[in-house]
Design a protein around this ligand. Structure first.
Ligand code: 13P
Length: 258
């Protein structure tokens, strides 16, 4: 089965509205000559306050080559949850995908596997696509518990989801020690862990579901690393942080995945 490649830019806490609009326009300008069908699924994830500006730039362009994601959501539909955004609100803002369980949210904001699972359900219930992040710390890698930890994160994230829901979801394997450090995980090793994740999904569901789910690598992805990463059998794309903040480097990564 062939899986469509995905290149997603996680802007993290960067870009005011004007900058978000400029970056969005810059990316679309870089991709102007590319045939839409030949492109991977290209996703940008601005911070909440810049979603409107990015969505407006996407709509004004109308080329349909780039899609919008949020970096987080809350799993309840509405109510007294000061400071949170529901999936429905993010859908209303133009989002088609939502990143959940990013290691920065787990580390700094106490996001647990149980919350990730509730968020995944809420996202799928609204017809959006969750980008479920997982990854081990350096200490876990050195202790030899990488596979156990990742398998546990994924198993817990998927509790109660149907085959159909899992098939259209996206997982991002982001080793924490590779995020923002310039220390990219060796491509063969990233492929091995991603292959292991695919086996876990096959074990929980079936062969077809495991073959359908897209699994990305994230952690210091750069224009000069993407080709080797995309050449791996199980890596379906990339979740890009730092290198998604300029149109030129993000577009190079997108083109490197074609
Ligand atoms: P960097 O590409 O900056 O390492 O960030 C990766 C990441 O955390 C994407 O979600």
């Amino acid at each position: 089965m062939s899986r469509r490649a995905v290149i997603a830019g996680n802007w993290k806490m960067h870009n005011l509205q004007k900058e978000a609009a400029e970056l969005t326009n810059g990316i679309m300008s870089e991709l102007k000559e590319e045939n839409k069908e030949a492109l991977p699924e290209v996703i940008i994830a601005p911070t909440f306050t810049s979603l409107y500006a990015a969505n407006k730039a996407l709509k004004d362009c109308g080329c349909g080559k780039v899609r919008l994601a949020a970096q987080n959501c809350y799993f309840e539909e509405k109510g007294a949850f000061t400071g949170e955004c529901s999936v429905q609100m993010l859908k209303d803002a133009g989002c088609e995908y939502i990143i959940i369980g990013h290691s920065e949210r787990r580390e700094y904001f106490g996001e647990t596997d149980e919350m990730v699972n509730k968020k995944a359900k809420a996202i799928l219930n609204e017809g959006l696509v969750p980008i479920i992040c997982c990854g081990e710390s350096l200490a876990q890698r050195e202790a030899g518990v990488t596979d156990y930890h990742i398998a546990s994160q994924i198993t817990k994230a998927l509790i109660g989801l149907t085959k159909e829901e899992v098939s259209k979801s996206i997982i991002a394997y982001e080793p924490i020690w590779a995020i923002g450090t310039g220390k990219t995980c060796d491509s063969a090793e990233a492929n091995r862990v991603i292959g292991m994740i695919r086996k876990v999904v096959k074990g929980l569901y079936d062969e077809t579901t495991g073959e359908a789910i897209r699994i990305l690598y994230g952690g210091s992805v750069k224009p000069n690393t993407i080709k080797e990463q995309m050449a791996q059998s199980d890596i379906d794309g990339a979740l890009v942080g730092g290198a998604s903040l300029t149109a030129d480097s993000f577009a190079q990564i997108v083109k490197g995945a074609m």
